[in-house]
Write a protein that binds this ligand. Structure first.
Ligand code: SF4
Ligand SMILES: [Zn+2]
Ligand SMILES: [Zn+2]
Length: 306
C-alpha cells in the first residue's frame, strides 16, 4: 500500500488515511501545532514548562513543544519528577537526560524523596495495606503536586503534559463509570476548572493524537525510548479501562476519536455546571489550594511518611 500523498510505501494506515514516513511525521507535527493554536495552549510571552519523564509520550511532546517554541521564540524547559520506582524510572530518566543534552534543552529534576522524604517504592506497600490505595493513586497525587510546585517555583506560566487521545478517553470513561462527572469538567485540552494563583495551568498538545500514533512517531524519529511499562500500572483501574478501550478500538476503529470529540461537545456544559461548585481554601500545612483544610499531598505525607 502506498502513501495517499506520494508514491512512497505507507507506514501508517488509519480510518482511510495512508501515509509514508515523511508524510506521517509532518501530519503528526501539524496535528500537534494545530491543537496548540486552536486551543491557545501556548502563546507569546509564555514561559513553558514541559512535564517529562523520558517515556515515549513525554519525549514526543517535549520535541513537538520544542519545535513550536523555537519557531515562535517562546521560552521553555523540561521538568521531571523522580518518583523512585527502581528498575523503571531510573532508566527513563537516563533517556531523558540524553535527549535533553542532544537537543540542548534545559532540564530540572526533582524527586519524591527530596520533596516528601520517601520514594514511591518505600511507601507503596504501606499505601496498599494501611490505606487500601493503589500505588498509582498515591503516585498521581504526589506527582501532580510536585509538578505544580516546581513549575510555580520556576515561574512557568503553563505546564505542558504528554496526555494523548488514549489518556483522555480513558479518563472520561473512568470518571463516567465511577460517577465522578465533576472530574470530567476538569478535563479537556486545558486542564482545571477553578483556576487560582497557586495553580499552573496544564495544557495537552497531544490531545488529538493516539498512543499508537505517538509510538510510531517516536519510533520513526529514532528517539531512544524505553518501551517498558511501570511495574505498578497493572494494579490500576486505568489499565482495565485501557484494555477495554483498546478492544473496542480494535473492533470499531475510530472509537477513541468519537469518544473524545463527543466529550468536547458536552465539556462547556459540564464546566458551566461544576464551575465554582467546590469552594477552595488553602492547605494549613503547605499553603497550596485545596478543597478542605489539608491538601491531598500533605494528608498522604502524614498518613504514610511522618
Ligand atoms: S503507572 Fe502508576 S505508579 Fe507508575 S508512574 Fe504511572 S502513576 Fe506512577
Ligand atoms: Zn508520502
Ligand atoms: Zn498541603
Amino acid at each position: 500500500m502506498n502513501c495517499l500523498k506520494c508514491e512512497q510505501k505507507a507506514v501508517y494506515d488509519h480510518l482511510g488515511l495512508r501515509l509514508c514516513k515523511d508524510h506521517f511525521l509532518r501530519y503528526f507535527e501539524k496535528k500537534v501545532a494545530d491543537t496548540i493554536k486552536k486551543y491557545d495552549l501556548i502563546s507569546e510571552g509564555d514561559k513553558i514548562c514541559v512535564a517529562a519523564s523520558g517515556g515515549k509520550d513525554s519525549l514526543a511532546v517535549l520535541y513537538c513543544t520544542m519545535l513550536y517554541c523555537r519557531k515562535y521564540k517562546i521560552e521553555f524547559f523540561a521538568l521531571a519528577i523522580d518518583e523512585g520506582i527502581k528498575g523503571y524510572r531510573d532508566h527513563t530518566l537516563d533517556d531523558l537526560r540524553a535527549f535533553c543534552k542532544e537537543h540542548d534543552i534545559r532540564l530540572h529534576i526533582t524527586s519524591f524523596k527530596e520533596n516528601h522524604g520517601s520514594t514511591l517504592d518505600d511507601i507503596r506497600e504501606k499505601a496498599m495495606k494501611k490505606l487500601n490505595k493503589k500505588p498509582c493513586t498515591v503516585c498521581g497525587i504526589l506527582r501532580r503536586t510536585d509538578l505544580n510546585r516546581a513549575a510555580r517555583k520556576l515561574e512557568a506560566t503553563k505546564l505542558v503534559t504528554g496526555h494523548n487521545l488514549d489518556d483522555e478517553s480513558q479518563s472520561f470513561m473512568m470518571n463516567s463509570l465511577l460517577g465522578n462527572m465533576g472530574h470530567n469538567a476538569s478535563l479537556g485540552p486545558i486542564t482545571g476548572l477553578n483556576l487560582n494563583e497557586k495553580f499552573v495551568p496544564r495544557v495537552k498538545p497531544l490531545y488529538f493524537v493516539s498512543e499508537k500514533e505517538t509510538r510510531l512517531y517516536t519510533f520513526l524519529k529514532g528517539f531512544k525510548v524505553n518501551f517498558a511499562e511501570c511495574p505498578n500500572i497493572h494494579l490500576s483501574y486505568r489499565s482495565v479501562i485501557r484494555d477495554k478501550l483498546n478492544e473496542l478500538e480494535e473492533r470499531y476503529p475510530g472509537t477513541k476519536n468519537g469518544m473524545v470529540n463527543g466529550f468536547l461537545e458536552i465539556l462547556p456544559l459540564l464546566k458551566e455546571k461544576y464551575k465554582g461548585k467546590k469552594a477552595f481554601s488553602y492547605c494549613e500545612k503547605c499553603g497550596d489550594a485545596c478543597s478542605g483544610k489539608i491538601c491531598n499531598a500533605c494528608r498522604l505525607e502524614s498518613e504514610l511518611i511522618q
